[in-house]
Design a binder for this molecule. Structure first.
Ligand code: G3P
Length: 217
């Protein structure tokens, strides 16, 4: 499973990229707002750090407006992936852009039928939002399973990009189901490393090592 980070925080992106962990980045208007940066400037900086796809979202709601914004965003870098909402205009835009070999991430997906439509529109990625479904008392991960089954039934190339991930458990479940990508907030990505027995084990090994008086050199 590929790891994307869901943030527009350049420092976080640089740190995670240095660990060799990042396959891409997703941003959205809320994350750009949170960064306090200009969208073109910050997106360019992110694209210079990360080799993989960097999703940048359009804000127009009509097809013509989306196409114009997509043209501006696509000029930022060759690894830009245009993010469009799952609406009729969004999918029309998706079809037009992917026909020109432009990567497209279809976002705000909350049902298997929506994911089916996105695949038929040639989406590079579909972004089902698991956390927001869980917030309503529904089962976000069940949606990932349903989409996996449908895409496998028809050999769709669209990659499932599990989004709105809130917990390390979401990451594990996405991997078990066979999600192609998980886009994970930085804090949750860091939390994946953590296990109390790992810390305890390191402490015990180092204490014993100190008693030997040796150095590896
Ligand atoms: O990738 C989509 C993500 O940013 C939404 O997450 O936590 O706002 O539902 P959240």
């Amino acid at each position: 499973m590929k790891f994307f980070v869901d943030t527009a925080d350049v420092k976080e992106i640089r740190d995670l990229n240095d660990l060799g962990l990042l396959d891409g980045v997703t941003t959205n208007p809320s994350l750009i707002m949170k960064s306090g940066r200009d969208i073109t400037e910050v997106t360019k900086e992110i694209c210079d750090i990360v080799e993989g796809p960097v999703s940048a979202e359009v804000t127009a709601l009509d097809h013509d407006g989306m196409m114009k914004e997509a043209e501006v965003l696509a000029k930022i870098a060759s690894n830009i992936c245009i993010k469009v909402p799952l609406t009729p205009d969004g999918l029309k835009t998706c079809k037009a852009l992917t026909s020109q070999d432009q990567m497209v991430n279809v976002t705000l997906c909350f049902s298997a039928n929506q994911a089916l439509l996105a695949a038929k529109a040639g989406a590079t990625f579909i972004s089902p939002f698991v956390g927001r479904l869980d917030d309503l008392g529904l089962d976000g991960m069940e949606l990932i399973s349903e989409i996996r089954t449908i895409y496998d039934n028809y050999d769709f190339d669209t990659e499932i990009l599990t989004a709105s991930i809130r917990t390390v458990n979401h990451v594990k479940q996405a991997a078990m189901i066979g999600s192609d990508v998980a886009t994970v907030p930085p804090a949750t990505l860091h939390a994946l490393f953590k296990h109390p027995l790992t810390d305890k084990g390191i402490d015990a090994f180092l204490a014993d090592w100190a008693k030997t008086g040796q150095k590896i050199a």
